[in-house]
Design a protein around this ligand. Sequence first.
Ligand code: APR
Length: 252
Amino acid sequence: MGSLQEQVAKLAEKLLASQRTVVLTGAGVSTESGIPDFRSPGGLWSKVDPLYAFSAETFVKRPEVFYQLGLPHLASITSAKPNRAHEVLAALEKTGLVSCVVTQNVDGLHQQAGSSRVLEVHGHLRTATCMECGSKISWDFLLEKVFAGQIPPRCTDCRGIFKPDCVFFGDSMPQDFDEAIKESSASELLVVVGSSLEVAPVNYLPTVAGELVIINLGPTMADHKVSLKVGGKAGQVMDLLWENLMRNGLVS
Ligand code: APR
């Protein structure tokens, strides 16, 4: 396995050798921004049952379940700030060493850190859509309605119920997921950062990519297929990677 420095040196080599690198991130890239992940001990799914509070089927029948049990866990996400891992990924895109970031996260931290090509395969929390007429409101306005006691929040035009534009369990996948399949299929190297790869269909992406590298604290569902596994914290690993590339005059 070698020391973290040795693993990072190998990661740098692979990045430099790849003509087209895609990065796939999960909740583990945002835990150092204070957002709990889902499946680590103490993660979100140890506090609320995802298939109940975040399922499309429950939302259609009983939307108040999401607004009472699920939303409170999401409200803290929009005040989080990017961490070193997000910053380095944005810098790597600017140097051309990363062509795009595919993220399962809905926190928008990659864009806040400066990444411009970001595919949000589980949607986002910027807006909510009326399930009847399709009109959209901002996340802040949705929170205003909910905190004023309007549960579920309704559309002033047609009284339809607003649903956040993140992907619930059982929802169909957004257009960005089709794009992510194209990008992963065209990639020489897929670097997964902070994901257990337990959730389909996103965990299909490593199967269509070229070489697979995983940066993750814990075990993942694809560890048996990697050419390199870097077992460390995303912020620390990405910081060491940037230092390595700077030291070798490969980035400025
Ligand atoms: N650095 C590196 N890895 C980390 C860090 C960190 N700072 N913090 C946590 N991890 C690792 C954990 O060990 C875990 O393997 O990140 C992984 C996060 O896995 P999950 O909690 O399963 O999150 P994720 O893979 O993003 O889940 C995918 O599941 O519930 C759905 O829609 C939800 O997008 C989410 C999807």
